[in-house]
Ligand binder design. Sequence first.
Ligand SMILES: Nc1nc2c(c(=O)[nH]1)N[C@H]1C(S)=C(S)[C@@H](COP(=O)(O)O)O[C@H]1N2
Ligand SMILES: [Mo]
Length: 487
Amino acid sequence: MIAVGSATIDAAPTPLKQFAIRNFGTNDKLVLIIGILVTLAVLTMAIGIVAARRFSCGAALVVLLGGVAAAAELKRPNATSTYPVPTVIGLAVAVGLLWLLLRARPHASGTQAEPAAVSTGDTSVSVAPILVSGSRREFLFTGVGVGAATAVAIGSGTMVSHSKSTSAARRKIALPAAMDRARPLPAGSDLKIPGLSSFITPNKNFYRVDTALVVPQIDPNSWTLKVEGMIRSPFSLNYADILSMPLIERDITLTCVSNEVGGPYIGSARWLGVPLRTLMTRAGLDPAADQLFCTATDGFTTSTPIQVALDGRDAMVAIGMNGEPLPLQHGFPARLIVPGLYGFVSACKWLKSINVTTYARQKAYWTQRDWATDGTIYTQTRIDVPRSFASIESGPTAVAGVAWAQHRGVERVEVCIDGGPWRVATLAATPSIDTWRQWWFKWDAPAGKHQIQARATDSNGELQTGKQQSVFPRGATGIQQSTVTVG
Ligand SMILES: Nc1nc2c(c(=O)[nH]1)N[C@H]1C(S)=C(S)[C@@H](COP(=O)(O)O)O[C@H]1N2
Ligand SMILES: [Mo]
């Protein structure tokens, strides 16, 4: 089932994926799984009906369904030769259950116990006669029972192959201290205004966007990172190698290109990792190379301009997030983090290899699906409080939020109420230009319905654009409009 789902995600047209991300958010995969389960339930009910008439036909259909699932499993990029085994076992269980269920079902109409005998010589299957002649209870019992049993058997067969041992291995890891630690947060960079995003986003609240239907489980003890391609000396590192290298620790805000204006797909963390520049220096780059093509263990790929490894920014292969080894869903054991670029061209999770190459030669996952190759993050502002459509009491109130322009820095935030003049908000302190910045504005809110807008200027003096642009293909722009009712 997971394989069918993953194949669906990879094949789905880009607008549909955008729709899923926009409307179901991080729950998009849950919706997909439910969709597949419903489809499976309908299919298996049909199989149940067929099997009630002729067991061999029903069993054949179960095997066919399982065959499709097994084929999808084999097409997964991380498939191994043993991968379909759980599906095959699930299938055998499903056929057995089908047979048991058909024997056990109630016989309100008092026909023979052997389902195959009902349809002697009749291989053509039509649902209507059963609906009319069989008892409704019998139909439902058979259909739902067989459906549920098949889904559970195939589904759990697939699930058992994904072990829990990765979490255990992750818990045993003791991260070393960074050689080059993050600067202590300057006083006043983390204002405590109720409803305002904290400066650092706790791991459990950090947004998640990826194409992986199940979180890849990678044993850190056998994992390696390959550095290859247009370089003088290709090499591999294992997890222990990385732990023993000089590490840096930095606060960096990560943003998804699919984040709508005012959206939630942004978060800040304290990342620990090995500088990309260290790896590239060791590799010895061919000056003709222009792209770092990263591949994840789940087959996902990202393309990152090679300059980010050389221009002095804190790009890194990260292994730690907010003082812990990377959580599994955020890319354990290692991922790329590049300040200033959207995640889809820079933040490859479950990193397996870095291939130094050219844009002409290799196209990454989202590039193949027509997204931009230039992933520079737009200057943006989000209003956290008051929440849009909130009702608040009249009087002095804090309008507050976050603004970001990673690797350029935010210089100014302004607030506009009901189309009036733009007024300068107070900016919180920030440790670097690579993070978002909190801001707040004291508003004496009068009764009535009001519109709040906020906009930022980056440290090049460039004002964020008010031009509305949708997330596809290079990120959303525009100014958030928040409507509040003051009582
Ligand atoms: N392997 C893999 N890495 C991935 C992705 C993915 O789909 N698969 N999505 C990217 C995108 S679009 C973003 S915005 C970031 C999100 O990282 P997070 O889930 O840790 O917030 O991961 C990036 N890395
Ligand atoms: Mo993203």
